[in-house]
Write a new protein. Structure first.
Lengths: 207, 479
């Protein structure tokens, strides 16, 4: 996972509320076997409409998504985060989010910041007046700045720290690598092994 | 104060103790892998340039998607084929032992661990499948996990896990003939509800549990998750040790002696305290069946379909209304009057030798009811071979049942074994959710004995009904 400190990109205005994860990515895409390549799946049914915002320039390559209330509610699928990321969305700003979605996003390195409804309206207005106008998200300062106006956003300290450090769950655990190895060295030899039960095979497996 | 079984196993696996409510980092002794929840985990490792830490603690099999007919032909469904091919490639690339279709050890992932002797008392087991709780029957602590946790275990052989609460499920007394482990667990879920176990690890205790075989205990632990529990466990005892000993991967020699000494320390201490307890009188239990669309919506088979108004809780009432509509059932209908189209004997709940033997004993020498499709799907290739060696396949096919190859099959209908819309099924599996066995299909969860009796009569029935019917015939001088 990459470290994040500031992100800059066009404001992508998704002027809708109650966008659940089924709308972000429909269930049919859950059958795939990869963790990337979901850009075509993002908002799949809405994308059938040529007038949909993500089908328009300058939004076709992503940016910073600004959404209405209750984005990412519903099913816990992690694919919703993958699809946003693969499309080129680097951060999502909005007034209220589904809890599981927000948790999944933090773990996968997608910045999700809570802004006020007024700030949401203000950013949408900037994009309407000047499509493609960039917004800069400063994770250190917890601000989103567009057209000279700074809006504070909320993100919990723990998630912010992880994003700043670029630590996914696995990297976080691997900080305890020494403790894991020490634990392994003490495991009794009767423990399960999927290899043959010969002393040689046992040590080979542990690498 | 003493410790419970679950606390002992947990404490012996803490790698790093979490401070201030942070999760503990827990070591995982055995990781079981199948084709549905692993592909993105392997892909994640690849993207991050990480390896799989302990291939010697990992084993893969193919089960959810596998066909149960023509297993030597290419798989028809492109998604199923792709998932299985991907698992094979990943296993080869990362060096994971795999039991593929056609291999003697292939089968439902929760049969593979126990039959190989990899599932042992006192170990931690995880798998990207919610019914991993099955392995708790050995006194192991076994959790179902999601795909990102699968990747986490592959990379680190550990998981950060929040502490849990403990609940004792005390089942005392003797089961009547015809009543099985499946009836116990269906009664437990009906009693505490599908969310009643949330946050808990169950320990099944009491004389009724002690006198169950390991396979019966697996049936019970398997469905812990249907009560919302994180895991379910039974303390290891002589029955456990006898079952494990001499399995292909069981510890041998000095290892066995050391293991045995440790295992005997695992049962819950007399002065340990559970966070919650419930009590069930085994001698009062009857064959049980579900009438609704979650595993908690069940009653004794001698009963009736309940009226939604009989539920005090408005959520339960609404759920019952919706369930009855989906199941196309009227309140007050006698369960024994409900006719089925299909009987499914299989799934990780009830597809082991003991289950198949029990069902075969009931149907031996009889014919299935007209118009009923009977599907018998052994849980693993090894079970299939053992059953064939015992002649059970012949008993089933003479009866008019279909004898299939191993896999999850109609438990979730990811392969071609599905219910048609509106079809009704008596199933030995664990979930009666809407559409679980096929779009629009209607599921009644039952024991293998009830499944067998139902296949004979065509309506939901228990072995008791067969005896009663025969007594009638004798009285009338027909037989
Ligand atoms: S048999 Fe059913 S419950 Fe068991 S692992 Fe397979 S799909 Fe899951």
């Amino acid at each position: 996972m990459e470290k994040i400190s500031t992100l800059t990109g066009p404001i992508v205005p998704l002027e809708r509320s109650n966008v659940d994860t089924d709308q972000i990515i429909p269930a049919v895409f859950l059958k795939r076997v990869t963790k990337t390549g979901y850009d075509d799946a993002l908002f799949h049914s809405w994308r059938q409409d040529p007038a949909f915002v993500l089908n328009q320039e300058p939004y076709r390559h992503g940016g910073i998504l600004v959404v209405g209330n209750d984005f990412g509610t519903g099913s816990s699928r992690e694919h919703a985060v993958w699809a946003l990321r693969d499309f080129g969305i680097t951060a999502v700003l909005g007034p209220r989010f589904g809890e599981i979605f927000r948790g999944n996003a933090g773990k996968q390195g997608l910045l999700v910041g809570k802004i006020t409804e007024e700030a949401t309206e203000a950013l949408w207005a900037v994009a309407r007046a000047n499509p493609g106008e960039p917004v800069t998200v400063d994770l250190e300062a917890r601000t989103a700045t567009a057209a000279g106006v700074s809006h504070p956003f909320e993100i919990d300290d723990y998630t912010r720290w992880r994003l700043l450090e670029g630590l996914d769950d696995i990297a976080l655990t691997l900080r305890d690598e020494a403790a894991i190895s020490a634990f392994e060295a003490k495991r009794p030899s009767w423990m399960p092994t999927t290899q043959d039960r010969t002393p040689q095979a046992r040590t080979q497996g542990a690498s | 104060m003493g410790k419970t079984l679950a606390e002992k196993v947990w404490d012996d696996h803490v790698v790093v103790k979490g401070e201030d409510g942070a999760p503990d980092l827990i070591y995982i002794d055995l990781h079981l892998v199948h084709e549905v929840t692993s592909p993105q985990a392997f892909d994640g490792l690849r993207q991050a340039g990480r390896g799989l830490r302990r291939t010697d603690l990992t084993v893969a099999t193919e089960d959810h998607n596998t066909p149960t007919l023509d297993i030597d032909k290419p798989i028809q469904d492109p998604t199923s084929r792709k998932q299985i091919e991907t698992l094979r490639q990943n296993a080869a690339e990362f060096g994971v032992r795999i039991h593929s279709l056609g291999d003697k050890e292939q089968g439902i992932v929760h049969l593979v661990g126990p039959q190989l002797g990899l599932t042992l008392p006192g170990v931690t087991v995880v798998c990207g499948d919610s019914h991993t709780s099955t392995h708790g029957a050995f006194g192991a602590m076994a959790f179902g996990i999601g795909t990102s946790e699968v990747e986490h275990v592959m990379a680190t052989q550990t998981l950060p896990l929040k502490p849990f609460k403990t609940m004792a499920i005390n089942v005392e007394g003797e089961l009547r003939p015809g009543v099985t482990a499946k009836d116990i667990i269906l009664a437990v879920i009906a009693k505490i509800g599908t969310g009643g176990g949330a946050g808990y690890v169950f320990e099944y205790r009491g004389s009724a549990i002690r006198s169950l075989s390991i396979e019966g205990r697996m049936t019970i632990c398997n469905m812990s998750i249907e009560a919302g529990a994180r895991a379910g466990m039974v303390a290891p005892d002589e029955t456990t040790f006898a079952y494990v000993k001499d399995k292909p991967h069981a510890p041998k020699g000095a290892d066995w002696d050391a293991a045995l000494e440790y295992w005997k320390t695992l049962p819950t201490d007399d002065d340990a305290v559970f966070d919650a307890e419930i009590f069930i009188d085994a001698s009062e239990l009857e064959p049980f069946v579900t009438w609704g669309t979650n595993p908690g919506q069940g009653v004794s088979l001698s009963g009736e379909v309940p009226a939604p108004e009989s539920f005090d809780d408005p959520t339960d009432r609404a759920a019952a209304e919706r369930a009855l509509e989906y199941m196309d059932l009227k309140p007050g209908t006698r369960l024994k009057d409900i006719a089925v189209d299909t009987v499914f004997i299989g799934s990780c709940t009830n597809s082991r030798m003991e289950d198949l033997t029990a069902a075969a004993e009931i149907i031996r020498g009889r014919k299935k009811a007209d118009g009923v499709r009977v599907l018998v799907v052994p849980g693993s290739a090894r079970v299939r071979l053992e059953a064939e060696a015992a002649g059970l396949d012949k008993v089933f096919t003479d009866f008019g049942a279909e004898w299939r190859f191993a896999g999850c099959s109609m438990c979730l209908g990811m392969n071609p074994d599905q219910l048609a819309p509106g079809e009704r099924c008596a199933s030995t599996s664990n979930r009666n959710f809407e559409g679980r066995q096929g779009k629009g299909g209607r599921t009644h969860l039952v024991s293998p004995l009830v499944a067998a009796a139902t296949a004979i009569r065509g309506t939901l029935s228990s072995p008791w009904d067969l005896e009663a019917a025969e007594a009638e015939l004798v009285k009338d001088g027909v037989a």
